[in-house]
Design a protein around this ligand. Structure first.
Ligand code: SF4
Length: 196
């Protein structure tokens, strides 16, 4: 990400760190917070140089998918569950990569297993329908593991059938409670009752 690149450049050039957004710099024993950094897009980043980590890939922790490639389709989450740190970090922003760029990266991946590290990749339903179509049209044959909210699955069964057909192999779902009061307290924006 941008602040990390600027940090490395500043260290390299022996420059000060006070103008780099997103950093907390220890000065006289105390952290001083620079201006915050706001990510605007994921589309300008180069694809990871996976050849540099290929020799470690069998050691990645995911027991069911070995070897596995990690990949990101989006960043952030628009929800604000009380127990979750993510929305504080991303300020409830949700940014998706262009589907064309995702398909290009997928088509160049050696690994069949893909662990999508998004916090909730399926926030934008129409975009995920389109991505599934593009993956099918490009004959990309992968197995995906993804995080998803329970209400996204319950409200969009056809979308998940579609994704199962193009390789969605497993999902991780957080079921924090079956009680309405708990869910409200957690700010889950979800109901334990069946929706119409
Ligand atoms: S939906 Fe998931 S990622 Fe988003 S705030 Fe809630 S727990 Fe965090």
């Amino acid at each position: 990400m941008e602040p990390f690149r600027k940090l490395l450049e500043a260290i390299d050039e022996k420059e000060g760190l006070e103008d780099i957004c997103g950093l907390a710099v220890k000065t006289s024993g105390k952290f001083v917070y620079n201006r915050s950094y706001e990510l605007q897009t994921l589309d300008n980043y180069p694809q990871p140089a996976r050849n540099l980590t290929a020799k470690h890939r069998m050691n990645y922790f995911h027991a069911h998918y070995k070897p596995v490639a990690l990949m990101r389709f989006s960043y952030g989450c628009p929800y604000n569950c009380s127990f979750c740190v993510l929305w504080k970090l991303c300020k409830r922003k949700y940014i998706s990569r262009k589907n064309e760029l995702i398909v290009k990266e997928l088509s160049e991946l050696d690994n069949r297993n893909v662990y999508v590290v998004d916090d909730e990749a399926f926030i934008n339903i129409e975009k995920m329908k389109d991505l599934a179509d593009k993956i099918r049209e490009n004959n990309i044959n992968k197995k995906y593991h993804m995080y998803v909210r329970s209400d996204t699955v319950a409200n969009n069964p056809a979308l998940f059938e579609k994704w199962a057909c193009i390789g969605l192999d497993s999902v991780m779902i957080g079921l924090e409670s079956i009680f309405e009061d708990d869910l409200n307290q957690y700010n889950k924006s979800i109901s334990s009752k069946a929706q119409d």
